[in-house]
Design a protein around this ligand. Structure first.
Ligand SMILES: [Zn+2]
Ligand SMILES: [Zn+2]
Ligand SMILES: [Zn+2]
Ligand SMILES: [Zn+2]
Length: 227
């Protein structure tokens, strides 16, 4: 798909709209988030190190997440979250490593607190055939209590990139895999043009959802956060 301007997204706490980099800085000082952190701090339970993670598709950068996870959570928790929000199609294998394919796989049971520190970059690979590669960067850490009972707090996410229908100018909601793979056409289609589209060698057009895995393997979404 044609390269367009940087995608923007919203702060999950105060709804401010910014770029990925803007939000990386914003969530650290967001007043609404600070209030949530203060509230969580009054609850029982021990303090621990929490990590701000910037997650993005390794090849485009249009898709990204800002997450917070505690040191007691594991890579498996992060893997589950990435599968749920972005990746899962047919239960493929996945792995984390520091560096690419040649580097050692880090066991999924590893707790983040064992090796995470600001500046660390991890590569997550989902599906060793039609691979989705995701970069996970540790942006910052803080001492305190988690703002959620879940393993992951979603602090911000990119808005779905706007793609127009190849036949008209209306927003596209579907993707024809035959156009994409056989004819190297964008293949993006609105509801109406998806309906009348002639290609069926790759089945019906796939839903165009907010995920870097759109158009890969049998991915159909829904690309919604699990919580
Ligand atoms: Zn905010
Ligand atoms: Zn698949
Ligand atoms: Zn159309
Ligand atoms: Zn087509």
């Amino acid at each position: 798909m044609a390269r367009k301007k940087q995608t923007r997204g919203h702060c999950a706490y105060c709804s401010r709209e910014m770029t990925r980099g803007g939000l990386a800085r914003h969530v650290a000082t967001c007043a609404e988030r600070q209030a949530r952190i203060a509230q969580a701090g009054k609850k029982r339970g021990r303090e621990e190190t929490l990590y701000h993670l910037q997650v993005q598709d390794a090849w485009g950068g249009d898709y990204w997440l800002h997450l917070e996870m505690a040191g007691s959570t594991t890579l498996k928790d992060l893997d589950r979250y990435l599968r749920a929000i972005w990746l899962e199609c047919c239960g493929h294998l996945s792995r984390f490593s520091i560096g690419g394919w040649g580097s050692d796989e880090i066991p999924m049971s590893t707790k983040l607190g064992r090796f995470f520190e600001p500046g660390l970059e991890l590569l997550h690979i989902y599906d060793y055939g039609t691979s989705s590669e995701t970069l996970v960067k540790v942006v910052a850490e803080r001492e305190g209590k988690a703002t959620t009972r879940h393993a992951v707090a979603l602090m911000a996410r990119n808005d779905a990139p706007e793609v127009s229908c190849a036949e008209c100018e209306r927003p596209a909601k579907w993707l024809c895999m035959e156009c994409l793979y056989e004819y190297e056409e964008p293949g993006a289609l609105c509801d109406e043009h998806a309906e009348s589209h002639p290609h069926d060698d790759y089945g019906e057009p796939m839903p165009l959802v907010n995920s870097p895995r759109v158009g890969m393997c049998g991915y159909v979404g829904p690309a919604e956060p699990p919580y």
